[in-house]
Design a protein around this ligand. Sequence first.
Ligand SMILES: [Zn+2]
Length: 273
Amino acid sequence: MALKPLVAALLFGLSAQPATADDTIKLYTMDCGTIEASDMASFDSEGRFAGQSNTLAVPCYLIRHSKGDLLWDAGFNQAMVGNTPPAAGGFQASMRVKLTDQLADLGLAPADIEYISLSHWHPDHSGNAGLFATSTWVVHEAEREFMFSDAMKDANGDYAALVNAKTIQFTETHDLFGDGSAVIVPTPGHTTGHSILQLTLANAGTLLFSGDLYTHAEGRKVGAIPVFNVDKEQTIQSMALFEKLLKQYKARAIIEHEKADFDVLPKFPGYLD
Ligand SMILES: [Zn+2]
């Protein structure tokens, strides 16, 4: 009769879930801006989106875990709220609500957030990072090096305060809480230390946050590589890794700038768990 539990284990027990399913973890999706693109041409070096317009989401994500809160991506600088900048390069950026006001809805201030991590340094991902200088910054070593390199000394205003933050630097996959629930995976190419987040929730399962590895769902379908991209070969390898992880963990892809992916996540202050 010993076979019975074995068969049951084979049928039900060996799913591809990571080790954890901590039912206290919550994912909040916050609105950290919008980009109206009048021409998506620059999001594909082969020009396949030329002439197409699109509305791109700019999210910030708050992951609440018993071992601490993690802010994943910091959106546009919230000074933009009520102060919409002029369109530039075919892009109209705007921001409707401050990140700090959204955190306050949960009774939180930036100083309460234990960890901050950015998929990469671009201004639509690091705009409010400077508010989190008392958090521990979890950052790819190569990304941090570039962010404070001479090349960036006139352009790092939004995140400059992180220079003195406590840091956890990684070069390989980093399991933040040590339980497999929030795993940061290097996916270089878009920038030197671009990374994605693999998040596993008790009910919703595993989600893979793309950063800007892909810009939008259409771009993922064709493997579009933007004109502004540091290393094309690395990006192709990173896309292959993303697709492999999706299958391995039966995960759901969240393309961060894809408005459809933003819209189906619970509307803040609702959450996914
Ligand atoms: Zn972006």
